[in-house]
Design a protein around this ligand. Structure first.
Ligand SMILES: Nc1ncnc2c1ncn2[C@@H]1O[C@H](COP(=O)(O)OP(=O)(O)OP(=O)(O)O)[C@@H](O)[C@H]1O
Length: 353
């Protein structure tokens, strides 16, 4: 549990947050540029002066009245957007730095474990300037892990990475959380990153926490703060069948979804991210069509975004999907809440859980 009551004034900006987070899994902090995400993370890590505020992590008071635990004693691994490795040291020496400054813990990871897990053996002798963005971030994660943190804080950890590098690092971050029982708090303004990585989310706006909850729920509300033309949904599924034609079949709330991926195992839990703009709607169960994903849903809510577009909230059984369609299509199909509609979409992006 992480509890905080933080108030910070800057010219033109006030951060005012009071929350209690369970912090078991991966918690994302999202919001528009300048809303205070980095400032909040820095306050929690002890990198900002915030007199009058209080912070407690598990049973340790990090700050209260005159009591203040310095940043380097908070048992936090803090990873900056650009990694911030020591440029004059090679990869091995950057990692050794973490070991030398590790926190007391009964459960130390050894350098060999971390090197092996992050697959950075081949980089050890390299100067850090010669590394790619993704390699640098892996080394930064390794250095932070070797300090034996109780909590990992990451500020836009993937901002400098291209999509291919992100796709490689996301499963590692999830595994990090699971395997080392290490809660992760990370900042991002990227919705797809949130959808793929986070379990819970804080939504910030103007220095305050505007909403919080499970990522699936917060992303999939047609009336929520994220209901716009970039909306997307997150669905949980289980792999049912792998391999035929190089695709896999998933079970999502009793419906079948086909994904263009065959490196999965039957029974594996997966997360499917579907962009609202990728979905089209049919009133009939059209069978003779090349689109493989056709989900029978109930139209639960219609939200007008502007005079051209609207967002439909579609319910499967337990889970919810958002579809972005034009107002013209909505009126031509005479869509109303309560109707059964079929959601069609081609590709789905997948994250193995
Ligand atoms: N060192 C600083 N001194 C004064 N003001 C600052 C400082 N750092 C940030 N700010 C201001 O505090 C506010 C919050 O900034 P912060 O970096 O926390 O936002 P953010 O949500 O992380 O934004 P972004 O997504 O663009 O990184 C902004 O108005 C910013 O200009």
């Amino acid at each position: 549990m992480l509890s905080f009551d933080i108030h910070l004034e800057r010219s033109g900006f006030t951060l005012s947050v009071n929350e209690q987070l369970q912090l078991v899994d991966i918690t994302g902090i999202m919001g528009p540029s300048g809303c205070g995400k980095t400032t909040l993370l820095r306050c929690l890590a002890g990198l900002e002066k915030i007199p009058g505020s209080s912070i407690q992590f598990r049973d340790v008071i990090w700050q209260r009245e005159r009591q203040y635990l310095p940043a380097d004693q908070r048992q936090v691994g803090y990873i900056f957007q650009d990694g911030r490795l020591f440029p004059h040291l090679n990869v091995r020496d950057n990692l050794t730095y973490g070991v030398k400054r590790r926190h007391p813990s009964s459960n130390h990871l050894t350098p060999d474990e971390v090197i092996d897990w992050l697959d950075i053996e081949a980089l050890l002798a390299r100067p850090v300037q010669s590394l790619s963005g993704g390699q640098r971030q892996r080394v930064a994660i390794g250095r932070a892990l070797l300090r034996s943190p109780q909590l990992l804080m990451m500020d836009e950890p993937m901002a400098a990475l291209d999509w291919a590098a992100k796709v490689r690092i996301i499963p590692r971050l999830r595994e990090l959380n699971r395997r080392f029982h290490l809660p992760v708090l990370f900042v991002s303004h990227d919705r797809e990153e949130m959808a793929r990585l986070a379990d819970d989310m804080l939504l910030m706006s103007n220095g305050q926490i505007a909403d919080k909850g499970a990522v699936h729920w917060l992303l999939s509300q047609a009336q929520g703060l994220l209901a716009d033309d970039h909306a997307l949904s997150v669905l949980d599924g289980t792999v049912r069948k792998v391999g035929d034609y190089g695709v896999s079949e998933l079970d999502v709330d009793g419906c079948e979804i086909v994904v263009d991926q065959d490196d999965l195992e039957p029974g594996q839990k997966v997360r499917v991210v579907v962009q609202a703009a990728d979905i089209s709607i049919a009133l009939d169960d059209v069978q003779r069509i090349s689109i493989q994903n056709r989900l029978r849903t109930t139209l639960e809510d219609i939200q007008e975004l502007d005079d051209k577009h609207c967002l439909l909230q579609l319910r499967l059984k337990e889970q919810v999907l958002l579809a972005l369609i034009t107002q013209r299509a909505r009126h031509k199909l005479a869509l109303n809440t309560g109707m059964i509609v079929y959601a069609h979409f081609k590709a789905a992006r997948l994250e193995v859980q």
